[in-house]
Design a protein around this ligand. Structure first.
Ligand code: EPU
Length: 338
């Protein structure tokens, strides 16, 4: 095990925020985690698991031991009658993994194309887009416990998936290192086309029975048209969760502004588009310090060049206050703030 010290994390977070890790260990296999757990000094220190760095806001240097996950490898685990079971190392790039499954002829993840980050980070926030959530394609994952050093396998039920949420943000936060994730891709394949943007593509192109590859291409085109590429403009994807409100609250908001974008949920609650709420408070395209609100999607905060984490948080708080002032809704942050 090699311990690197004083590591600049700017290249390791998609927002491009500066922060120094006092110590960093690269993890490629379970034994690497056990070596950290058993280490006389590092074993007792608190740990921070870093994946693709696409869902974090670094506001300070990190006294924790940073475990940078670099577990590689994709494989077909099993070809069942009703599904392909496919596995990827936690350090694999998510989008490259999705592309690989499609290239192999195993569709099912196409709606989740072009989401930044790593495979290992995907279950933590139960990534979702264009009508599909990771939880719907999840089989199981392997993790190493940071206290005992033991390897464990978790089923979907043990992961406690919710909207942009899982047990890894709660009971297992800072406790578990995800090493490999397995996906269940149902056979026969069924397209997921219910999302408005995809319905629009069908109407525009006249392609009523798109292939998985076609859906993937549409999803990538939609994302490119409204979300910034982190390789060019630093960002962490959606900065706030879409809030869930009661039907009464929703009626009250419609009373204030009948245009509010809202979606009724299966459990009776209503999901509001946070991007719309922020947009209607006039934030789209605005800049405060070196942090800004993306011009094409108000839910995404961006680095206008050399921003620091505290500037991003100042902007985020100002947005939260103005949305609360206008609509009485408290927006929750989506990325993990460190
Ligand atoms: N809208 C506005 N103004 C804006 C932004 C959005 O009026 O500035 C309106 C749009 O016109 C649309 C509605 O709000 O009617 C929803 O917008 P969109 O379809 O772009 O999706 P979203 O709710 O803003 C969510 C996810 C995204 C995911 C997309 C597509 C969350 C927090 N965000 O965004 O996920 O890609 O749906 O499924 O759930 C992420 O988590 O990082 C992320 C990008």
């Amino acid at each position: 095990m090699q311990v690197e010290t004083g590591v600049n994390l700017k290249p390791y977070n998609t927002f491009g925020l500066p922060a120094v890790a006092r110590s960093l260990v690269r993890i490629t296999r379970d034994a690497d985690v056990r070596a950290v757990v058993d280490h006389p000094k590092l074993g007792r220190a608190s740990k921070f698991v870093l994946g693709g760095g696409s869902n974090i806001v670094l506001t300070r240097d990190m006294p924790q031991v940073v475990l940078k996950i670099e577990v590689r490898g994709n494989r077909l685990v099993e070809r069942r009658e009703d599904a392909w079971i496919v596995e990827a190392g936690a350090g694999e790039n998510w989008h490259e993994f999705v592309t690989w499954t499609l290239d192999q002829g195993w569709p099912g993840l196409e709606n989740l194309g072009l989401i930044p980050g790593t495979v290992g980070a995907a279950p933590v926030q139960n990534i979702g887009a264009y009508g599909l959530e990771l939880a719907q394609r999840f089989e199981s994952l392997d993790a190493v416990d940071l206290v005992t050093g033991r390897s464990v396998t978790l089923s979907g039920a043990s992961c406690g998936f919710g909207y942009r949420d899982s047990v890894f943000k709660h009971a297992l936060a800072g406790r578990s290192v995800i090493m490999r994730v397995r996906f269940r891709l149902p056979r026969p394949w069924q397209p997921v086309l219910g999302y408005l943007d995809l319905e629009r593509k069908i109407a525009q192109t006249g392609i009523t029975a798109p292939s998985a590859r076609q859906i993937f291409d549409w999803v990538c085109a939609i994302r490119r048209s409204k979300l910034p590429d982190p390789a060019i403009v630093g960002n962490a994807g959606s900065f706030f969760k879409n809030p869930l409100v009661t039907p009464e609250q929703c009626r009250d908001i419609i009373g204030r502004d009948p245009e509010v974008v809202h979606y009724p949920m299966a459990d009776g609650r209503v999901k509001l588009a946070a991007g719309w709420l922020i947009d209607s408070c006039g934030w789209k395209g605005k800049t405060v310090g070196k942090a800004g609100v993306y011009e094409k999607q108000a839910l995404v905060l961006v680095n206008r060049g050399d921003a620091i984490g505290s500037e991003v948080m100042t902007l985020a708080r100002a947005i939260q206050e103005s949305v609360y002032g206008k609509f009485g809704i408290r927006l929750e942050l989506e990325p993990v703030v460190v």
